[in-house]
Every structure is written in C-alpha cells, then in structure tokens.
Design a protein around this ligand. Structure first.
Ligand code: GLU
Length: 339
C-alpha cells in the first residue's frame, strides 16, 4: 500500500478544528481541550476551523452555539473559518451537511463496506449476555458473525429516502489493529473489531452518527490535526478505518488528559459551577482561568494568570501531563477567591 500522506509530511499548512457540541454550556473540561487545540494549531502557521457539531437536533440547546462561541472569545481564543465569517470549506454546521454524509455512505456502500441492521442496542446486549457464561452484557459491540450474508439491491437508497425506517446502517469493521502515533500518548494501537465491532453510521431514527460525520467533515475540511479529549481515544481506531476508506491521507491525533470531578468522574454538564459562564459570573477572569489550566496541564510551573497567546512560545503537546487532572472543590474555591 502506498504510504499515507500524514499531517506535516507533505509540507502542507496545518488545519485544525474546534468542534464543540452545542448541547450545554462549556465547562472547564471543554475549555481545557479547546484551549489545547487552539494552542497546537496557533503554534504552527495554520488555519483553525470552528465547526458546530449540532447533528442531534433533539439535544441541541437553542442559542447555545452562539453562547459557546462568545465564551471561547471571552477566554481569548479565535479562529479563521466558521458559519458566520465563512470560509472555503463550509457549511460549518453539521446540521447543514447531510448531503455530504449521504454521499459518503454511497461511496462506502459501493466499496461493499456497509450493511443494514434492524437490531437495537437492547437486542445486542441480550445477544451478548446470552453468549457469555458470566451473563455479562457490558460490552455489547456488534460481532461480525451477525452480519447478513447479502443485502437486497437498493437497500441503502430505501433507508436514505425514508422508505425503510426499520434499519440502521453499519460499517463492516476490519479485524485489524489500527496503529497511530498519538502526539500526547505516543504510539497506540487498537482493533475496533474487538471493541465497538461493526458500528452504526446512520441510526434508525435517520440521524447520521457522530462517527461518520466527524470523519467526513475532517476529511472535507482538510483537517490535518485532531486534538481532543482522551474520552474519544476508543473511537479513533474505527474512525481511522473510515479515513482509510474515504481518503488517501490521515490526520495526526492528540488525545488530551481529562479533567475529573471530586468523585473521579470526567467533568460534565452535571458538575454545576464549573461552566465558563458560572466561573465568569463568580468574578473569575479569563486570565486566571487560563493560568490555572496552564498550571494544571503542565504547560507552566505555576498557575499565574496569563492570556492564551502567552502560552504559544515553546508550546508542545509532548509537555502535557500524562495523567488526568482532579478539579477539587478546594482548587475552584481558591480560583474564585483570588480572581
Ligand atoms: N463534538 C465533540 C465534543 O464536543 C468533539 C468531537 C471530536 O473532537 O472528535 O466532544
């Protein structure tokens, strides 16, 4: 196989992306990941794309996309292309990119990589637990042995037109270890056939899956570096198989340490008070917040207040701490107190 064009190797300008989902206010964990994606791209002479991942209309909060953008501007981040300033790779809202996802599905189908599936998650969990002696249904990936032997001609078009509402579309995942050199974690390999199995690309309720949309968008928007939280590390091998099926290049990958709450769980919308909006209301300045993040992430020896641009000199993802970061109530109280 010809060597793949990897980011940076062909001397092409870097293109990175900020890709928040407008499903709730940004919290400290989102801010850490977006700050690092910004630093990584801005420390090279590249272009930063802002993509709104609003695929799942039922979970999108009205007005949240604008609110998130204002929060990031307050933090001191900027970008070059989005749905308001424009750019040559739009539209930048996933909700407007459905035809591109359909075109990608047709290409994958022409390559024999797709099949229809009427099983629900619950069906799969039942099959998994029936097949395991321990009755353990925790890992209910789609096993290759359930694939249909053949699919009726025209099956994909019937799904895409809405005529068939009983089937989702799944990818035939290859039983192969996918290796990549993560810019934070170092060399990493995963076999998606042993994890997710044949994952869904279009759901029965007609939503395109995140896994499909993110790869199609990153390919078509010319993205050369994907910088995101380590919670998505388990998706990368499957996404790499999609990259290989749809493109002759692949991006560089960086999976970032996560911010954990007092109970050791990844920060989420449920951790009230740690949203950028509430920290701002509590009087925390963006400089204090960025300084605290820089100290916690290992970018600076202390948590002294600073602007994102002050972190650009000598920035390297390789300098990041390798462990997840506990956000204790005490640390946050201190942040609020001294701002
Ligand atoms: N929209 C996703 C999120 O907010 C990011 C997806 C990605 O970076 O691949 O977590």
């Amino acid at each position: 196989m010809a060597p793949r064009d990897q980011a940076g190797q062909a001397g092409k300008a870097a293109r990175g992306r900020l890709a928040p989902s407008p499903t709730g206010p940004l919290h400290l964990g989102n801010a850490a990941a977006l700050l690092l994606a910004w630093l990584s791209l801005r420390s090279s002479d590249g272009t930063l794309v802002y993509r709104t991942e609003d695929l799942d209309g039922g979970r999108v909060v009205p007005g949240m996309a604008d609110q998130q953008r204002r929060e990031l501007e307050w933090l001191g981040l900027d970008w070059d292309e989005d749905d308001t300033v424009g750019g040559s790779h739009g539209p930048y809202l996933q909700s407007l990119r459905g035809q591109r996802y359909e075109a990608a599905l047709r290409r994958l189908d022409a390559a024999g990589l797709l099949f229809p599936c009427a099983l629900s998650r619950r069906d799969l969990a039942g099959i998994a637990s029936a097949g395991s002696a321990a009755g353990d249904s925790a890992a209910a990936g789609y096993p290759a042995r359930l694939r249909p032997d053949h699919s009726e001609p025209g099956w994909l078009e019937r799904i895409l037109s809405g005529e068939d509402r009983d089937n989702s579309v799944r990818l035939r995942v290859q039983n192969e270890v996918m290796n990549f050199d993560d810019l934070v974690l170092g060399p990493h390999g995963d076999n998606p056939a042993l994890g997710s199995g044949d994952f869904v690309l279009r759901r029965r309720d007609s939503l395109f899956a995140y896994q499909l949309a993110v790869v199609v968008d990153d390919i078509e928007m010319g993205i050369t570096e994907v910088v995101r939280g380590a919670d998505l590390l388990g998706s990368t091998a499957g996404q790499l198989q999609l990259w290989h099926a749809l493109s002759d290049r692949e991006p560089s990958w960086a999976h970032l340490p996560l911010l954990l709450n007092d109970s050791g769980v990844k920060l989420s919308k449920r951790d009230g008070g740690l949203e950028l909006a509430s920290l701002r209301e509590a009087g925390v300045s963006p400089e204090r917040l960025v300084g605290w993040l820089a100290g916690a992430l290992g970018l600076r020896p202390s948590a002294a207040a600073c602007r994102p641009a002050e972190l650009l000199k000598d920035f390297s993802l390789r300098c990041l701490v390798r462990h997840n970061i506990s956000v204790t109530n005490a640390a946050m109280d201190e942040l609020r107190a001294v701002s």
